[in-house]
Design a protein around this ligand. Structure first.
Ligand code: UDP
Length: 266
């Protein structure tokens, strides 16, 4: 019954739609689908710093799958369909809104630098920021005024993006808190999905330790890409720790993949 199995074209015969810093998008098996491939490349400071980190792509594929699948399960719309293999997932084709949406719970990174707020300071409430996705301009921060004036998104789409961002932040904060990790901030991207003449905003791209700040609750150890940005080493170990705590490491891992999230007692 081999002919009944879905077939995926060998990598070298697939049409490459787009190649970014950490991912490649290929044409999918059906119209309206794409394959998202996670590379091992780590970049920072607008790709001025670049390294290949063995195993990073595999970990991000698994962690992002876990997060997107759970978001789908609680009714948060995403582009994610299913994971295909170690490095690839099947996604719905969307038109990416050219914004990086950053949600912050704790001061860190550019917020601390820009406003002089000490890293680690709990914010009075979650803050949503928008950056215009443009490498040549270094992804400048923009306001809703810029976004609507230049037509990057409509006022209704901005409302939808903000509601989505709040739901994703609530889900992620709880998920990570349960495994002893503080969600300091994260970046998300949205896309427009067309379904029978209707268009709606869905979560796209990835959510992984590449795009989040994740601190161990007890030690404040960084379990995210800041280890790479700040030359701290131990990137794969940190990402593996996140995967392990979420209960999603496979093969000979301890605990086994069926174990589910491991509760950390405070
Ligand atoms: N971020 C990202 N891609 C970017 C810029 C930021 O994924 O191009 C994430 C980053 O990992 C962090 C959050 O967005 O979790 C906020 O980043 P920040 O504005 O503090 O910038 P950074 O200090 O990373 O330059």
């Amino acid at each position: 019954m081999d002919f009944l199995k879905p077939r995926y074209m060998p990598m070298n015969r697939r049409r490459r739609i787009y190649e970014g810093k950490a991912k490649i998008l290929y044409e999918g098996p059906e119209p309206g689908t794409l394959i998202q491939h996670f590379k091992d490349d780590a970049t920072a400071f607008n790709a001025k710093k670049h390294e290949v980190v063995d195993g990073k792509g595999v970990l991000n594929n698994r962690i992002s799958e876990y997060i997107f699948q759970h978001l789908n399960d609680i009714g948060v719309p995403t582009h994610f369909i299913r994971r295909l293999n170690m490095r690839e997932q099947l996604i719905r084709e969307v038109e990416i809104v050219p914004l990086e949406v950053v949600v912050r719970n704790v001061a860190a990174g550019s917020l601390s630098t820009r406003l002089g707020i000490e890293e680690g300071t709990q914010l009075p409430r979650s803050i949503i920021e928008f950056y215009y996705k443009n490498d040549a301009l270094n992804d400048p921060m923009v306001s809703e005024e810029h976004i609507t004036a230049f037509g990057w998104a409509t006022p209704q789409e901005i409302d939808d993006i903000m509601s989505l961002a709040i739901r994703v932040n609530d889900f992620l904060s709880g998920l990570f808190l349960g495994v002893g990790i503080r969600l300091v901030d994260f970046k998300m991207e949205c896309g427009r999905l067309w379904e029978n003449e209707m268009v709606r905003i869905v979560l796209a791209d990835e959510i992984s330790p590449d795009s989040c700040r994740l601190w161990d609750i007890k030690s404040n150890d960084k379990l995210d890409k800041d280890r790479f940005r700040r030359d701290m080493g131990g990137l794969v170990e940190a990402y593996s720790e996140v995967a392990r705590r979420l209960g999603i490491l496979s093969e000979s891992d301890n605990p086994p993949p069926t174990a589910g999230p491991s509760l950390v007692k405070h």
